[in-house]
Design a protein around this ligand. Structure first.
Ligand code: SF4
Length: 250
């Protein structure tokens, strides 16, 4: 064969795996306290906080949940709550109509089918009201200590920019399966928190700070830096400072 395409060849899996290993080491050193930032005292509280965190900051959720859990301590309390009251209690988290309905339905389903608790079998998490794969994986990782990839918007963006996928994708399941091939299983939950930490602190959606990125030499998208510099209206964010680990109980 003599003909050749001008398109770059895909990186071999072993090379991507090696790069992922370096990324893990460097990001772990950069964000040594990367962890779930939601504050919770029971598995059910973490489920509620995670539902509230959709399209909302963890900081906002942590401001709302103390009063929420004081008023509605258990799934049965959420199931019996007045929808307008529940909406008012979580209004500042955004999308409060949908979130309140999800929380009420989750409480009712846990009472109906799981003795008023999160199911003991993590396989039963997915499909509960308000709990999709991302939330189920977060609960598996945080509550059950089962290594899990939490594929949120940061994870999706960074997986693409870091060239970890054979082809660009926004499909969380495709990305999850691919990263499972690249990162050792015991590190899956940790890797997820590192993606979120780096996405928040440095590799922002609109203005990635490639110029100060600790993994720029491993990133095929680092040319974004040149475009960012060329656009004076998009200043680079501050140098990342990892947030302190939250206090949590199990
Ligand atoms: S070099 Fe730029 S695009 Fe790549 S991970 Fe760092 S901030 Fe993100």
């Amino acid at each position: 064969m003599t003909a050749s395409s001008s398109a770059p060849r895909p990186e071999p899996l072993l090379a991507t795996r090696s790069r992922a290993s370096h990324l893990l080491r460097l990001l772990a050193a950069t964000y040594p306290r990367a962890a779930c930032a939601l504050v919770w005292k029971s598995p059910f509280q973490l489920a509620v906080a995670t539902i509230l965190s959709a399209q909302c900051t963890d900081r906002r959720v942590n401001l709302v949940t103390p009063a929420l859990f004081a008023r509605y301590p258990n799934p049965a309390d959420f199931a019996a709550a007045s929808l307008p009251d529940l909406e008012e209690a979580i209004r500042s988290c955004g999308f409060f109509h949908n979130k309140a309905r999800a929380l009420q339905a989750l409480g009712a389903e846990l009472v109906r089918a799981h003795h008023g608790r999160l199911p003991a079998d993590p396989a039963d998490l997915e499909g509960l009201p308000g709990i999709g794969r991302k939330t189920a994986n977060l609960l598996r990782g945080e509550v059950y200590d089962i290594p899990s990839l939490i594929v949120d918007t940061h994870f999706i963006r960074l997986s693409n920019r870091l060239g970890l996928l054979p082809a660009p994708s926004e499909d969380p399941l495709v990305i999850e399966r691919r990263v499972q091939e690249l990162v050792p299983r015991p590190e899956w939950t940790h890797w997820s928190h590192l993606m979120i930490a780096h996405g928040r602190a440095c590799c922002a959606a609109r203005a990635p700070a490639c110029g100060i990125c600790p993994v720029a030499h491993l990133c095929p998208s680092r040319a974004i830096a040149a475009r960012s510099v060329a656009a004076p209206a998009s200043p680079a964010p501050a140098v990342p400072r990892p947030a302190p680990s939250p206090r949590k109980k199990r």
